[in-house]
Design a protein around this ligand. Sequence first.
Ligand SMILES: NC(=O)c1ccc[n+]([C@@H]2O[C@H](COP(=O)([O-])OP(=O)(O)OC[C@H]3O[C@@H](n4cnc5c(N)ncnc54)[C@H](OP(=O)(O)O)[C@@H]3O)[C@@H](O)[C@H]2O)c1
Length: 249
Amino acid sequence: MRIAVAGGTGRIGALVVERLLARGDEVVLLTRSEGVDLVTGEGLDERMPGVEALIDVTNPPISDIASAERTFTAITENLIAAEMKAGVRHHVALSIAALRHVKGNPHYYGKRAQEKAVRAGAMPYTIVPATQFHDFPAMIAGWQVIDGVAHVPPLLVQPIAPADVADVLVDVVAGEPQGMHRDVAGPRTEDAVDMARRTRAARGEHGPLLATWRGAALGLEFAGEVLLPAADALIAPTTFEEWLAAEAV
Ligand SMILES: NC(=O)c1ccc[n+]([C@@H]2O[C@H](COP(=O)([O-])OP(=O)(O)OC[C@H]3O[C@@H](n4cnc5c(N)ncnc54)[C@H](OP(=O)(O)O)[C@@H]3O)[C@@H](O)[C@H]2O)c1
């Protein structure tokens, strides 16, 4: 099958592309580095002839709630318009589990706008909501470093291996459009501060790390069990320990 991957050079995108190629699919990359700006639509239509399905794993730069909503909406509307012209049959979007429970964070506003645009569009779709990735806590430890101390909010998460997310996306895109897919999550709940410490240690990064909500990039709206997946979630196999041993470095 000829499948377009919007954001196919990113963290999840590269894993998706690897799997599609291994399965024998033909891949069309839609990224700025490949000459396609999905916010403006520049370069998009030329890439679409023959595309049968599309996976959107973009993560555009945003600065605030308004820019997040504008950017994710523009990308989705441009993709859907190009898909309609090209006769694509299935639009798959990667989203975030528990999205509707978290207010206040610009990225989450952007992702809600993305979901809204997908639902409002004319393309048959599947939205796949995944929990935080196993490398997410170490990533947020790099967002707020004050006087050499990384500030990490004590999130309760049920994280998933990026490779497991990619497996689900390539399965889903080959099937029929499902509308809203059930949450996709890893097998265990984890403490994000512990995950960040252990990931940094595995990478040889031994700087101080403070568990705090104060000044943290993700505020108190992320506290409690708000990020945990729904009870009927599809549970992916790879634990944080297994990912840490195999892939963290
Ligand atoms: N991290 C998590 O824990 C988590 C959990 C659940 C869901 N997600 C979702 O996963 C998605 C992918 O995240 P990621 O970490 O894999 O992203 P990433 O590594 O930052 O990659 C982003 C991709 O988007 C492309 N892109 C950005 N702006 C673009 C534009 N204007 N036009 C075309 N392409 C553009 C980038 O390529 P260029 O720079 O070349 O354009 C790149 O290929 C996000 O939407 C996020 O919400 C993440």
